[in-house]
Ligand binder design. Structure first.
Ligand code: ATP
Ligand code: MG
Ligand code: MG
Ligand code: MG
Length: 464
């Protein structure tokens, strides 16, 4: 089943259940200055959930373009390492604004997965929030999922593992339990069931998350029952496509294979399994769609997220031996794959390609020279990259920190992140003189350019 059919079936199914089909909103959230990029389907409905906005419908469904490459949700470090994470992805969602609640939400999800998409029910495992007996009961006694495949999960506060089945919009406001649906890709793939010590493996892949907004948490942390509870769900289109196309990794689905072949064509890579091709295929989607939505590469906020993604893709191209601009050419291929579903891409594809090309030309020379500096330093000290060199690369050659860290990670080299921050602090104290940063740096403009877009490299791969 191709991506277009998967989207279509989802929307039609929920339309048949009385939902209004709502178009994807922009990646730049229109209603939330605290959020850098749209990271889920509920973002455009946030004010409807809190009750400060209203719509002429109480049930909605959408296919929302999302980016998780900075801020609270950052999957940048996972790209190329897991089978299931992208920076850009499409989230299929259904929403109830004070209309139906747990019973219908769970039954709809099950009906869609097992009847419409035809997934074998024995491959599905579900989780519920530890204290949510109501959801447990619906799964066990109404849907009939065997008890050994219903797992209770806590709220991750002091929990041993990463799973977290309690959702909150912020420290105060709407919150409530989740139930998640996982697909078991088979015993030959490493990884344990959700809630187990090796749950981070890719055997059991979370495909759908159903959130039940049930409470309103006040300033004192007290939870009050919402008079009209709501439902917010999200399913990764690419993860579902992998299941439906009988492949394990998202990168093996039709859409990604086309982009990977295009990336191989432009870089000359021969091995289609090469991790760098996956990264490039992922990053062209994020880069292009961010530009479609008006983001311009720059040194702060979402502009810097975009620049980091583009530069990271270029570095992977360089690693494959491509030192000339190539990345912009993939916009054409992306348009072939996604232009029909996203006419906004088709409409501005030339502008998108031009902007990426300009960024490639801009970074090309410093990338080449920076790599030489890096290699020379690593030849001297093979096991570890020091903070001063990382800072030099950052300040003078425009290497985002995550780019340098990515190189170290793939070569199994220890990276002194703390040393980098110290070098940066010292440089700031002496006014940017030490590295010539003041003159040359396009990224680092002192205090106002804090590292936006990720919390800490050490945690980035486990941010949930
Ligand atoms: P995971 O635990 O696998 O990182 P998540 O719990 O962070 O996923 P949610 O925030 O629940 O994800 O998002 C809803 C759905 O969106 C997920 O069930 C998954 O199908 C999809 N999804 C989330 N993050 C990504 C991503 N980086 N790339 C592709 N799909 C994603
Ligand atoms: Mg999860
Ligand atoms: Mg989830
Ligand atoms: Mg996650």
């Amino acid at each position: 089943m191709k991506s277009s059919e998967i989207r279509d079936k989802f929307l039609k199914f929920f339309e048949s259940k009385g939902h209004t089909i709502v178009r994807s909103s922009s990646l730049v959230p229109g209603n939330d200055p605290t959020l850098m990029l749209t990271n889920s389907g509920m973002v455009q409905f946030k004010d409807v959930f809190t009750g400060t906005d209203s719509r002429p419908y109480t049930r909605a469904t959408s296919v929302q373009r999302c980016v998780r490459a900075g801020g609270k949700h950052n999957d940048l470090e996972n790209v190329g390492y897991t089978a299931r994470h992208h920076t850009f992805f499409e989230m299929l969602g259904n929403f109830s604004f004070g209309d139906y609640f747990k019973r219908d939400a769970i039954n709809y999800a099950w009906e869609l997965l097992t009847k419409v998409y035809g997934l074998p029910s024995e491959k599905l495992t579900v989780t519920v929030y530890m204290e949510d007996d109501e959801a447990y009961d619906i799964w066990a006694n109404e849907v009939g999922v065997p008890k050994e495949r219903i797992i209770r999960i806590g709220d991750n506060k002091g929990a041993r593992y990463a799973s977290d089945n309690f959702w909150q919009m912020a420290d105060t406001g709407p919150c409530g339990p989740c139930t998640e649906i996982f697909y078991d890709h088979g015993a030959d793939i490493p990884g344990g069931p959700p809630g187990s010590p090796d749950e981070d493996g890719d055997r059991f892949i979370e495909i759908w998350n159903l959130v039940f907004m049930q409470f309103n948490r006040d300033e004192a942390g007290v939870m009050h029952k919402l008079p009209k509870p709501c439902v917010d769900t999200g399913m990764g289109m690419e993860r579902l496509a992998a299941v439906l196309q009988h492949v394990h990794s998202n990168y093996e689905i039709d859409l990604f294979q086309a982009l990977i072949r295009a990336a191989a064509r432009e870089t000359g890579a021969l091995d289609l399994e090469n991790k760098s091709l996956r990264v490039i295929a992922d990053h062209i989607r994020a880069s292009a769609f961010m530009i479609v939505d008006g983001v311009i590469p720059g040194s702060e906020g979402r502009a810097y997220v975009l620049r980091r993604i583009i530069r990271r893709a270029l570095r992977h191209g360089h690693k494959l031996g491509q030192t000339k601009p190539f990345f912009f050419k993939l916009v054409q291929d992306l348009n072939i794959e996604m232009g029909a579903a996203y006419p906004e891409l088709a409409a501005v594809k030339k502008r998108v390609a031009d902007m990426i090309e300009a960024e490639e030309v801009n970074f090309g020379r410093t990338l080449e020279n920076g790599m030489k500096v890096l290699e020379a330093q690593l030849a001297k000290n093979p096991g570890k990259l020091d903070g001063a060199t990382a800072f030099l690369l950052y300040g003078t050659y425009g290497f985002p920190l995550d780019l340098t860290a990515d190189i170290c990670r793939e070569r199994n080299i220890e990276f002194d992140e703390a040393g980098f921050h110290e070098a940066m602090k010292r440089d700031k104290e002496i006014g940017g003189g030490g590295t010539g940063v003041k003159q040359k740096n396009v990224e680092y403009a002192g205090e106002k350019n804090k590292f936006v877009g990720y919390d800490s490299l050490a945690h980035a791969s486990r941010v949930v």
